[in-house]
Design a protein around this ligand. Structure first.
Ligand SMILES: [Zn+2]
Length: 444
């Protein structure tokens, strides 16, 4: 069945959705037992995973027909869970479950529902669907809390289409960069045009901005996308911070020459120089458990079998949960590159292409997540997130916290991404536990 297409509810209309009417009176309170919540979440994850631009893999990008289809489905689930739901001016889907009085500030939950190309089905949707499942469970038990709950499915976190990440959450946080509207996808369509085609008004993106006073906190459940929880034998963990990252573009200028005539001792081989730099950086990061350094792209020019590479270019992505530590590591890596270049007669050029500070999860939210994990019978493990998340943007308007759920082999951004049913259940039970015991931050 085709769900009714949704549009931005008055893209420039900032008015909040109307409070929910009754609908839960007379229901008996029972707690969720066993894996019922987990099973319904897995079924919904599978439904969402069937919405893809490709028949053979999962790819769902911003402002595509699949974006619309997934948004309609999520919105219908929100409504089924007793929420007033709408689409905002950037294409996020927002559901609101009122507290025991109308118009209370909200505990914000959510994650993203766009994907990378050839994606796994859990990255993002697990957080959206779990949050909706928690609200559905509260409503089924007729439970209203002394605060509202909002669930947002963010329209674009991965940044696949326009090469700019966190578009949905930045719009909500008021940090959306309007310059991005003129960036074009690989078909030459600008974001401005894509928004219009989707039925959204690019001039009204400001209407998606939310005020800090509307929220008590943001809490996101997400797969770990790494192997730590699995190695520790734990289904869930508490996130301490979203690591900062620095990205460099390094160019080494050497001298091209004939592969058969230039003696080995007289060469200025830019690719061999890059190789030495990469090994040195890897060895620097391997000695340090808190450091992650990756060279993901390398290019040699002119790029012929029988020509000594005259120029090489490579990227470096350096991350750590500590900004100071990351910056020190980056300067050490830069000094290493410069030294290797000098020894080999190469001219280095090093450009910083991206710099993102660490985003801490609030201590008071970490404490509440830890207590919930303990109440659910698990050992509490705190770990940083090496991957970026919507919380990085939302931290501009409210304190953030994150719950990680174990994924098989730590694999993510790949069709083999997998979360066991028991872990889905543990994750959603922890989320529900945090919600039901949630206490807003005390003033001062
Ligand atoms: Zn994600």
């Amino acid at each position: 069945m085709d769900p009714t297409p949704i549009r931005a509810d008055g893209a420039c209309d900032r008015s909040a959705p109307s409070p929910l009417e009754g609908g839960t009176k007379g229901m008996t309170a029972t707690t969720t037992i066993g894996t019922a919540l987990g099973e319904s979440i897995v079924a919904q994850i599978d439904r969402l995973a069937s919405i893809s631009e490709s028949e053979t893999d999962l790819t769902r990008i911003f402002l595509s027909p699949e974006h619309r289809q997934a948004a309609d489905l999520i919105r219908s689930w929100m409504e089924d869970a007793g929420m007033a739901a709408r689409m905002d001016a950037i294409g996020n889907v927002i559901g609101r479950y009122e507290g025991d009085q109308p118009k209370l500030p909200a505990l914000l939950l959510g994650s993203h529902y766009d994907t990378v190309r050839n994606a796994g089905k859990w990255d993002g949707p697990l957080g959206v669907v779990s949050a909706i499942a928690c609200v559905a469970d509260l409503r089924r038990r007729g439970k209203r809390l002394p605060f509202a709950i909002e669930v947002i499915g963010f329209a674009d976190e991965e940044g696949v289409r326009f090469n700019s990440t966190l578009l949905g959450s930045r719009a909500v946080a008021g940090t959306f960069d309007k310059a991005v509207l003129s960036s074009r996808d690989h078909n030459g369509i600008s974001m401005q045009e894509a928004l219009q085609h989707f039925g959204l008004d690019p001039d009204c993106i400001g209407a998606a901005v939310r005020a800090p006073s509307e929220y008590l906190a943001y809490l996101e459940l997400h797969i770990e996308q790494g192997p730590v929880l699995e190695a520790e034998g734990l289904p869930v963990g508490v996130v301490t911070a979203i690591s900062g990252a620095t990205r460099l573009l390094v160019t080494l200028e050497g001298k091209a020459g004939h592969a058969g005539t230039v003696p080995m001792t007289m060469r200025r081989d830019a690719l061999a120089g890059a190789a030495e730099c990469i090994i040195a950086i890897e060895s620097q990061c391997r000695k340090d458990i808190n450091l992650f350094g990756t060279v993901g792209v390398i290019r040699a020019e002119p790029g012929a079998t029988n020509v000594i590479p005259g120029r090489s270019t490579f990227t470096l992505d350096m991350r750590s949960a500590s900004d100071e530590h990351r910056l020190q590591a980056v300067s050490l890596a830069v000094r290493t590159i410069e030294k290797i270049a000098q020894d080999r007669g190469l001219a280095p050029q090093i450009k910083v292409t991206y710099e993102q500070r660490r985003t801490p999860c609030a201590d008071w939210l970490q404490a509440q997540v830890s207590s919930a994990i303990a109440r659910q019978g698990f050992r509490t493990l705190s770990l940083p997130s090496g991957a970026g998340h919507d919380g990085m943007a939302i931290a501009e308007i409210t304190d953030i916290g994150m719950i990680f759920v174990r994924c098989r082999g730590g694999i993510s951004h790949h069709p083999d991404e997998h979360v066991a049913l028991d872990d889905v259940t543990s994750g959603v039970n922890v989320l529900l536990d945090v919600i039901e015991h949630f206490e807003p931050k005390r003033a001062g």
